[in-house]
Design a protein around this ligand. Structure first.
Ligand code: UD1
Length: 416
């Protein structure tokens, strides 16, 4: 694969930011918003609560002025884990929220105990009845320390704290760039949030009238979503897997330091300038040795499946240790159908690389695992059929088209 690709706006920013648009009545213009399945589900949620939304190109316009709903249906919650963000944003807006235990990619147990315990510590009343969770009240402020830097819990608690009368300090937060981006959006809305992107976030609630346009007062916002570092890494992995060379625009190296470090260990040549990164595949990929996934700035778990595909082509033994989710190796079985030699041993995947992959019929079981299978198909001899690509469409906008633009031989077929 060769060519140029402009990286789109980040899925993992768009979802919490769209939920956060509920916190403030107004017309929100969210630019660089990816047109992906999960964003469409978030639009449906906002509409079910009384918002108007529409896309113009990659700008999503959400009018949240007349939203009155506080209940997110069980059916819609089962379709996407990010629906859980409505707990925080509805609490900020209305002081009450009824949600259900969320669904999403089946990559581990994915409980929401950190979200619920955090809300309780902040003074909200949280009642669970079966799958239903009812929350109400106002944030009383104070200090909350997360037992683990959960990305979603950090974002949910940031939003819930907006309703507080006092200052809320959230410690041991996740530091992912998408959290700094959510903070950027909230600040654009007039809320007083600092520390996003570090392990300590301070939110000053709006009940005291600490700011002119924030809180429940109406106002319009325009915001540009940060670039999708995972989308960029996925396309880069496709370029490396096919022995190619490409230039990526709208992506900064600081978003991807660990990933680029691993690609370099595999022999890739990488040059960067401002928000452009050029990546050139080596003659033959080398094993990166041991790679361990961890919260930002560590190697992202969302790039682990794509890396596993790359390592099947790399000479030598690679160990990938998955430390974030318990069952995120579902793509292993499918890669094995294509001739990959991978052993799973607890949290470790041991890949004996260097064997050429061959085309096969495989199924995507989750979003990133599905992308990894497409990359495997592009690099394998013969034809590969990847089924259940709705998983991929949840998180990549026109993935097949993007790959085709860069020389990937791929087509989308509708099966009965
Ligand atoms: C977010 C990302 C997802 C990414 C993940 C880790 C979004 C929309 N999704 O998911 O793409 O893979 O971060 O970088 O931003 N956990 C608990 N209890 C909780 C919450 C989480 O035990 O209440 C555990 C999870 O099961 C998991 C780990 O913490 O093992 C990390 O989860 P978390 O950081 O919350 O991920 P998400 O926000 O769901």
């Amino acid at each position: 694969m060769r060519g140029e690709y402009r990286v789109k706006g980040a899925k993992n920013s768009a979802l919490p930011i769209l939920a956060a648009a509920v916190s403030k009545p107004g017309i929100h213009e969210i630019h660089d918003c990816p047109r992906i399945g999960d964003v469409f589900v978030m639009e449906e949620i906002l509409r079910s609560l009384g918002a108007d939304t529409c896309f113009e190109g990659n700008c999503l316009r959400a009018d949240t002025r007349n939203m009155e709903g506080t209940v997110v249906s069980r059916e819609i919650m089962s379709r996407m884990r990010s629906s859980v963000f409505l707990m925080g944003s509805l609490l900020a807006r209305h002081g009450e929220a009824t949600v259900h235990r969320p669904g999403g990619c089946r990559i581990g147990r994915r409980p929401i105990d950190i979200h619920i315990d955090g809300l309780s510590q902040m003074g909200f009343c949280v009642e669970s009845r079966g799958e239903e969770i009812r929350c109400s009240g106002r944030c009383r402020g104070g200090r909350v320390r997360l037992p683990y830097p959960s990305v979603g819990a950090t974002e949910n608690l940031m939003m819930a704290a907006l309703s507080g009368e006092n200052e809320t300090v959230i410690e041991n937060c996740a530091c992912e760039p998408e959290i700094a981006d959510l903070q950027g959006f909230l600040r654009t809305c007039g809320f007083d949030v600092t520390g996003g992107g570090t392990s300590r976030i301070v939110v000053r609630g709006f009940s005291k009238g600490t700011h002119a346009s924030g809180g429940a007062a109406a106002g319009d916002t325009m915001y540009f979503i940060v670039e999708d570092r995972i989308e960029a890494a996925t396309y880069m992995a496709a370029v490396l897997a096919t022995g190619g060379r490409a230039v990526f625009r709208n992506i900064r190296t600081e978003m991807l330091e660990e990933v680029l470090g691993v690609f370099k260990r595999m022999g890739a040549a990488i040059r960067s300038f401002d928000d452009t990164i050029e990546i050139i595949a080596p003659e033959k990929l080398k094993s990166p040795g041991i790679v361990v996934t961890s919260p930002f700035p560590g190697f992202p778990t969302d790039c682990q499946p794509q890396l596993m595909t790359l390592c099947t082509a790399a000479g030598g033994l690679t160990t990938i240790r998955e430390e974030v989710f318990e069952s995120r190796f579902t793509h292993k079985k499918e890669l094995a159908k294509m001739g990959a030699n991978i052993d799973i041993c607890g949290k470790n995947a041991i890949i004996k690389g260097g064997l050429p992959l061959k085309g096969a019929e495989v199924s995507a079981a989750d979003l990133r695992g599905g992308a990894a299978l497409v990359i495997a198909g592009l690099s394998a001899g013969g034809e590969t059929d990847v089924r259940d690509i709705y998983h991929i469409d949840r998180g990549y906008e026109n993935f097949d088209e993007g790959l085709r633009q860069m020389g990937g031989i791929i087509e989308r077929r509708t099966c009965d």
